[in-house]
Ligand binder design. Structure first.
Ligand SMILES: *Cc1c(COP(=O)(O)O)cnc(C)c1O
Length: 615
């Protein structure tokens, strides 16, 4: 045990280094406190012209990391002029969107886990003092994160029982509140930022992202249309074009063609919006006969497609009996078969139904399987269907040239989305969606109320992102993606992906050195699926039925998570219980893979020994 060939990490950066976090976050607190002190110096409504930012920003993302000082200079010079200052005391538009120091601290804490100014909740000096306290609180949290059990060990109701039943009448101090966070909240947190977190898919935090969240919360703009904050809209366009280039997505998804990108909160939202766009387009092509036509629209996916597609279909009103879940098998690596898809569609068409939408996945949630995009898009094309490509988890990896081939064929799709809030050093909520024809989205989702009418929107020279999403109001999410890309550079982001892929390879290699374990599916990215193999049990127990092996692996996962040092989740493939190890938390390093391997062997041996006793 212990003598395995894990190479030392070559990582040159740690995106959650507690001391860098502390230093940079303190700078941003001061930047924002100064912004509030001088907010009345800015015109309340931004005075910039359409295209002001898209014209000045570089057309490609930086290869090398940039310093926080440089980035903040650019915020001052380029972003602030394009902000409509919703926090300005002269803002009387729409309805206000209140910022406050207390809210900001809450946002910092919630982003970080991933004497209160009674008279002025945005008093700049109180803001500065309290926000510095929270920065230190979070930097200390990151330094000590490995002391906490990865998965929270509290019992249901633990917090509802201890918290006061009513809100406090009087303000409480930040010191008191932070004591309560330490005492009551942290024990109830499952530490997604812990290096021992291998569950579900990771949700990457980083200092760059945190600073972006601070700035967007600090500015607290509501950029539903261009005018309501030109910088929010234009920076989103700039960043979406950067990432389009990084992923080498086809030009047809670019704003320079008829396409374009938008940041949604989640993949679920992207499913809903693209389904609606596809539906409206189809109904306008074939002519609506009301419910009769809508009830005949069919959606296709595989049994590996994310379960939230089904919910999206419900939301959109797809007839529940018209969702075709095509079966996949382990023998074909859980890929959706173009032939099986074609047969299913043909039989629907024969029955008088109308093929509408096909959802394909690059990196499925259970096993990170990859659907063959090219041939599947060809099938869909024969029936004039909308194809959405969901790369929620694996899309981030495709910024590395060696993984880009997984997206081959994406040019045949109508839309593509991935979640920077999984593996791209960006926290929830951030899902990037591109469409080939933005009119499909805006035709389906536009609203044009008198209340929001303005010259720039009417000129059709600007993007009004409210027409690209479900909600009206929206956060300035581009700020955090921009901060992440500039803070780490393309090279840093690629290094981040490669590090986790290498760690996953190492872990897979370790499993293969011990015949007690079985690697269950090909490892495409940085997720490894394994179990204790039936043969390990067969030599010990009298019989090793599938059920018995499943039970053993379930017990193993429970024991591993019970150590508090790691957290993993499971899936069931073709009746077989499998432990899923998603390697990709920001702080995970070689030593955590060694630790994982040691405790996996230790607990498997202990469990197997018990079975031997029972014999
Ligand atoms: C995580 C995941 C989703 C869901 O993402 P949300 O942003 O939480 O809605 C969808 N598809 C795949 C393949 C995923 O891994």
């Amino acid at each position: 045990m212990g003598s395995h060939n894990v190479e030392p990490s070559t990582s040159i950066m740690n995106p959650l280094d507690p001391e860098e976090f502390r230093r940079q976050a303190h700078l941003v607190v001061d930047f924002l406190a100064d912004y509030y002190s001088s907010i009345e110096n800015y015109p309340v409504c931004s005075q910039v012209q359409p295209g002001y930012l898209t014209k000045t920003m570089p057309k490609s993302p930086p290869m090398q990391p940039e310093s926080i000082e440089t980035i903040l200079q650019d915020v001052q010079k380029h972003i602030i002029p394009g902000i409509t200052h919703w926090q300005s005391p002269g803002f009387f538009g729409y309805f206000q969107s209140n910022g406050s120091t207390g809210n900001f601290l809450g946002e910092m804490l919630l982003t970080g886990f991933n004497t209160v100014g009674i008279m002025n909740p945005l008093d700049p000096e109180e803001f500065r003092r309290q926000a510095h306290l929270v920065v230190d609180f979070l930097a200390d949290y990151y330094s000590s994160i490995e002391n906490y059990p990865v998965c929270s060990q509290v019992q249901p109701g633990y917090l509802t029982k201890t918290m006061p039943k009513s809100p406090p009448m009087q303000p409480e101090s930040i010191e008191t509140i932070l004591q309560d966070v330490q005492k009551h909240i942290i024990p109830g947190i499952t530490h997604w930022q812990s290096p021992g977190f291998f569950g579900y898919f990771q949700s990457n935090g980083s200092t760059g992202n945190f600073l972006g969240e601070m700035l967007l919360t600090g500015f607290n703009t509501v950029g539903f249309n261009w005018l309501a904050s030109p910088a929010a809209t234009e920076l989103e366009m700039v960043v979406m074009e950067w990432i389009l280039k990084l992923l080498q997505l086809p030009k047809s998804f670019s704003f320079s063609s008829n396409g374009g990108g938008v940041i949604h909160g989640s993949t679920c939202e992207s499913f809903v919006c693209t389904l609606i766009a596809a539906r409206e387009k189809k109904l306008s092509q074939i002519g609506t006969q009301g419910d009769l036509t809508q009830g005949r629209l069919v959606v296709y996916c595989s049994d590996q497609t994310h379960f939230s597609l089904q919910k999206a279909c419900k939301v959109v009103g797809i007839n529940p009996s018209n969702i075709r879940v095509v079966s996949t098998t382990k023998s074909t690596n859980f890929e959706l078969s173009p032939h099986a898809l074609l047969m299913t569609i043909k039989s629907d068409v024969k029955a008088g139904l109308i093929p509408l939408y096909l959802c394909l996945t690059i990196g499925t949630t259970p096993t990170t399987a990859v659907d063959p995009l090219g041939t599947l898009c060809d099938v869909a094309k024969q029936f004039n269907m909308w194809v959405h490509v969901d790369a929620a988890y694996a899309g981030s990896a495709c910024i590395c040239p060696e993984f880009r081939h997984f997206l081959d064929g994406v040019e045949g799709a109508s839309s593509f989305s991935f979640n920077p809030h999984k593996w791209f050093l960006t926290s929830l909520d951030c899902c990037c969606l591109w469409v080939k024809d933005s009119n499909d989205l805006t035709n389906a989702l536009s609203t044009d109320p008198e209340l929001l009418k303005n010259k720039q929107s009417e000129s059709k020279q600007v993007v009004d992102y409210k027409d690209w999403q479900i909600a009206l109001s929206r956060r300035f999410r581009a700020m955090k993606l921009w901060m992440v890309i500039r803070s780490y550079g393309v090279s840093g982001l690629q290094e981040h992906i490669r590090k986790h892929v290498k760690l996953a390879k190492d872990f897979e290699a370790l499993l293969r050195t011990n015949s007690k374990f079985e690697v269950m599916v090909p490892r495409n990215f940085a997720m490894v699926c394994f179990r204790v193999s039936p043969s390990a049990l067969a030599t010990l127990a009298n019989e090793s039925s599938n059920e018995k092996v499943n039970r053993l692996n379930e017990q193993l996962l429970e024991a591993l998570n019970g150590t508090g040092r790691v957290f993993m989740t499971h899936t069931v493939i073709e009746g077989v219980y499998v432990i899923r190890v998603a390697i990709g938390a920001t702080l995970t390093d070689d030593k955590h893979i060694s630790m994982l391997w040691d405790i996996v062997q230790e607990h498997a041996n202990t469990l197997l020994a018990k079975y031997e006793c029972l014999k």
